[in-house]
Design a binder for this molecule. Sequence first.
Ligand code: G3P
Ligand code: CA
Length: 274
Amino acid sequence: MEQKKLKKYVTILMIIFVAAYRLLKKQIKAQSHFKPLKIGHRGAAGYCPENTFASFHKALELGADYLEIDIQMTKDEELVVIHDATVNRTSNGKGKVKDFTLSEIQTLDAGSWFKPEFAGEKIPSFNEFLDEFAGKAGLLIELKKPSLYPGIEAKLANELIKRGLVGANKHPIIVQSFDRTSLKHFHNLLPSVPIGVLVKNRAVNGIPNKDLQFFSEFATYINPKIAIVNKRLINRIHQHGFKVFIWTVKKKSEANMLQRIGVDGIVSDYPDFF
Ligand code: G3P
Ligand code: CA
């Protein structure tokens, strides 16, 4: 009788062991097959002058799932694709973006500063960018320094609505910024477009829970700088129900580490690194 009981326990234990082993194997397999989204930073800024058509075409050629762009506004209230608030670093001109009209800013050469072969690249208007690239990849649109441009949120929202780009499943649009006030404003104007909060400051415990709770009122993504990232932070962001894109990856080793810790997307100057 005792032997019969023992046999029964051993059988149950073996069944539990085999089931646990299979589950673990399945989880490891799923993790090793998980590929974060490839997000081309300012296009493929490691290979081409950032935020130009050449850069966005290169990112698509390298298989980017999303194109990351920065938008600002000209004196005549046209949206343009440029990172800095001045044209000094990325063109042959000088001055603030907001002091140029669209036609003036588009006379500048936005390619030669990077390499002579890119001479003639322009600072794209947002309209030109959408004409060429909307529907070819997801778009991660950063409202850059929006406090300099009153009305930029409405301008962006109207453009996306006018073109019927809101709510696409295949090539979604996400709007991100460091400016929480601007993000909340945009979210109120167009709640169906997912919002990403950019985070770069190293707090004692990463990003405090109270901040994550506040962000959940309007955001779907928390997008931290790579310097503040670790597995614990990624887990906490996920536990709060957000997705997470990390920026800006410039080394293969960084991309490998981020894949291991399970981020949802990697923003890189080199979208072919992973
Ligand atoms: O995608 C996030 C990243 O682009 C934010 O930093 O300075 O490259 O615009 P920055
Ligand atoms: Ca950006």
